[in-house]
Design a protein around this ligand. Structure first.
Ligand code: CP
Ligand code: NVA
Length: 311
């Protein structure tokens, strides 16, 4: 972090930031995106380095962080379990101590949330969650920014979550509690959300529906995710039969508000969690959503490393 700016923050869960910090970040993301689209150079992170540690596969997270860091004048180091000592049982605490002496910010995609928390506890620099089994805060940051771009404030709105009670669902619940909207959750039996695991206190921020179409009724945004998340592949067959009725189709979209948006963090499986005519249809904003990962993460890294611009 820049000299004189000593307030170190990690971004390990959505609830690590407050509503007014999100308002600031969404405004910064808008400014940073506009400048980038206008080919205006903005390089506040010259000589700064981002380390990215991937213990699971990625397309969007890698490209968005890497391109975003280069655009801001910095550079990137890419590590995976297989090509670093992390895969040869070097303690995570030692890895954190060493890596954080050489770089300025670390992004980690891993399995248990406890692992990223252990890394952060021994890091000298901000750590960002690029997806864990429990949470995916950078994705929800992009999703809400995308909602705001298309429809304005998300406060008071209804988001329908159709599918697995997974890392994305947990993060939507945290966002609802902080930003003041409601999530209608519909999952197959046995795959529901656990408010304790999701880390929410206010059970009023979500409602559970057995029927996915009922969850979509009146929603301003309908969203879903893969039936089988990374790390759960052994459950694939059982999940395919359990989730068969949790495919977002035209009927579910028709139950939502007429101008409801459809989002999916991607990668998507057409014909499983979403019908092709929904994800490729006029209400879908999935490509804006994917692109916005880069713009919001640039705002996030700027905030974690430099604090508020102009403050
Ligand atoms: N949505 C998302 O995080 O995509 P990747 O797995 O490709 O990074
Ligand atoms: N829930 C999915 C999201 C992928 C971006 C997973 O964890 O695999």
């Amino acid at each position: 972090m820049k000299p004189g700016y000593s307030l170190m923050k990690h971004y390990l869960q959505f609830k690590d930031l407050r509503a007014e910090e999100y308002a600031y970040l969404f405004e910064r993301a808008r400014i940073i995106k506009t400048r980038f689209k206008n080919y205006e150079k903005y390089q506040p992170l010259v000589d700064r380095t981002l380390a990215m540690i991937f213990e699971k596969a990625s397309t969007r997270t890698r490209v968005s962080f890497e391109a975003g860091m280069y655009q801001m004048g910095g550079s990137v180091v890419h590590l995976t379990t297989g090509d670093s000592q992390l895969g040869r049982a070097e303690p995570i605490e030692d890895s954190a101590r060493v890596i954080s002496r050489m770089v300025d910010v670390v992004m980690i995609r891993t399995f248990e949330q406890a692992k990223i928390e252990r890394f952060a506890a021994h890091s000298r620099v901000p750590v960002i969650n690029g997806l864990t089994n429990e949470f995916h805060p950078c994705q929800i940051l992009a999703d809400i920014f995308t909602y705001i771009e298309h429809r304005g404030s998300i406060a008071g709105k209804v988001v329908a979550w159709v599918g697995d009670g997974n890392n994305m669902a947990n993060t939507w619940l945290q966002a609802a509690e902080i930003l003041g909207f409601t999530v209608h959750v519909s999952t197959p039996s046995g795959y529901g959300v656990d408010p304790e695991l999701a880390g929410i206190r206010d059970s009023a921020c979500y409602k559970v529906f057995t029927d996915p179409r009922e969850a979509c009724r009146g929603a301003h945004l309908v969203t879903t995710d893969v039936w089988t998340s990374m790390g759960y592949e052994a459950e694939n067959e059982a999940r395919r039969s359990a989730f068969a009725d949790w495919c977002v189709d035209a009927g579910m979209m028709a139950a939502a508000q007429p101008d409801a948006l459809f989002m999916h963090c991607l990668p998507a499986h057409r014909g499983e969690e979403v019908a092709a005519d929904v994800i490729d249809g006029p209400q879908s904003v999935v490509w804006d959503e994917a692109e916005n990962r880069m713009h919001v993460q640039k705002a996030l890294m700027e905030y974690l490393l430099l604090g508020r611009i102009g403050a």
